[in-house]
Design a protein around this ligand. Structure first.
Ligand code: NAP
Ligand code: GDD
Length: 338
């Protein structure tokens, strides 16, 4: 049985990738951080017991190189997917040094752990469209220069180039997937799409009345996370390692996402959305749109879920979530069940 190691297994992508790899017959080892609560396993909670048995969770941290050395030695994975990161762009302005240690140097820690193990490992690095930042051409492809706009983006550029450097220097099978924004009902609640889908559901259920957002003009190329983890796996099945843009090729504004999400539940977004400077960033990425032709040609990959379907999927899931988790009290307040 092949063993795959996933860092960031408790995150959105980690959970979808685990399911995909288990379906394909892998034993999955996931790196988890010690926390005082076990809440951060919630994205794996829905897995049936027989699937959970194929996942081993092992304590470790991207900033603790010795833990990564120990994990590689102990489990001898043939594929390593490095998904762990402090992945929130705005938070990276508040914690720039921490972000660079986890998101940037963390990738190097893992590459070193693999290099000194002398094992044959295929390595996937979770690169990001944030690396294009203040875009120098549109749509962005593998040739577009990087111009990151946040400590997160800069850290990802470091992780990307060190991954390429270890490929060129040591002949390692390292691939970078430059993934554009991808979302799902499992998306963290402080990313804009999930903030909107959850906000819409709470407003529909009369738990809230307003949704406060930052820059509505920003445009993103949004796809579905379940489609994108397939591309990660495909990259590691290639004979030659390489770097690929993964995107839908369609760009929509935050405003358009709001319109689509509110109108799906028969509401007018303009009555509920208000602007709040607290959610803007010191430097913004105005517009991202990816060209995934190389992935289409070489990996045979293309997205299956379109923008409208994604919005609907997220809003429907959050409406069910809100109905399940919030209850009406006769006093007139609605209280969270959790
Ligand atoms: P996410 O939901 O924020 O998950 C991040 C994961 O990293 C979590 O499992 C988190 O663990 C883990 N982590 C954070 N700090 C760590 C540390 N010091 N040591 C070990 N693990 C740590 O992110 P995602 O959306 O799934 O994205 C996966 C990866 O793809 C990230 O690297 C992200 O930057 C990159 N990416 C994402 C997108 C996107 O649109 N989603 C696009 C391009 C690239 P806890 O649960 O303990 O916090
Ligand atoms: N989070 C958030 N909250 N973003 C808002 C809000 C708000 O209230 N209002 C407007 N936005 C705008 C942001 O300014 C940004 O332009 C856009 O919505 C998307 O923000 P996020 O959903 O936080 O995602 P991101 O594009 O900054 O970063 C995500 O995608 C990257 C790939 O390009 C993250 O998943 C990164 O980890 C990933 O690399």
């Amino acid at each position: 049985m092949k063993t795959a190691l996933i860092t960031g297994i408790t995150g959105q992508d980690g959970s979808y990738l685990s399911e995909l790899l288990i379906e394909k017959g892998y034993r999955v080892v996931g790196v988890v951080r010690r926390s005082s609560s076990i809440e951060n396993r919630s994205r794996l909670d829905h897995l049936p017991p027989e699937t959970r048995k194929q996942i081993i969770l092992q304590y470790g941290d991207m900033t603790d190189a010795s833990s990564l050395v120990g994990i590689i030695k102990k489990y001898e994975p043939c594929e390593v997917y490095n998904l762990a990161a402090q992945s929130h762009v705005k938070v990276s302005f508040e914690q720039p040094i921490y972000t660079s240690e986890v998101t940037g140097v963390g990738a190097l820690n893992m590459l070193e752990a693999i290099r000194i193990s002398d094992q044959e490992v295929k390595f996937y690095q979770a690169s990001s469209s944030e690396q294009f930042g203040k875009v120098e051409a549109s749509p962005q492809n593998e040739q577009t220069p990087f111009h990151p706009r946040s400590p997160y983006g800069v850290s990802k550029v470091f992780a990307h180039w060190i991954t390429v450097n270890y490929r060129e220097s040591y002949g390692m099978h390292n691939s970078c997937g430059i993934l554009f924004n991808h979302e799902s009902p499992r998306r963290g609640e402080n990313f804009v799409t999930r903030k909107i889908s959850l906000g819409v559901a709470k407003i529909k259920e009369e738990i809230d009345n307003k949704l406060f957002l930052g820059n509505l003009d920003a445009k993103r190329d949004w796809g579905f996370a379940g489609d994108y983890v397939e591309a990660m796996w495909l990259m590691l099945q290639q004979k030659q390692p390489d770097d690929y843009v993964i995107a839908t090729g369609e760009s929509h504004s935050v405003r358009e996402f709001c319109e689509a999400a509110f109108s799906h539940l028969g509401m007018d977004w303009e009555k509920h959305v208000e602007s709040d400077q607290a959610y803007t960033r010191p430097a913004e990425v105005d517009m991202l749109c990816g060209d995934a032709s190389k992935a289409r040609q070489k990996l045979g990959w293309k997205p299956k879920v379109n923008f409208k379907e994604l919005v609907k999927m997220m809003v429907d899931a959050d409406l069910a979530f809100v109905k399940d988790n919030f209850t009406y009290k006769h006093s007139g307040f609605r209280l969270s069940k959790r």
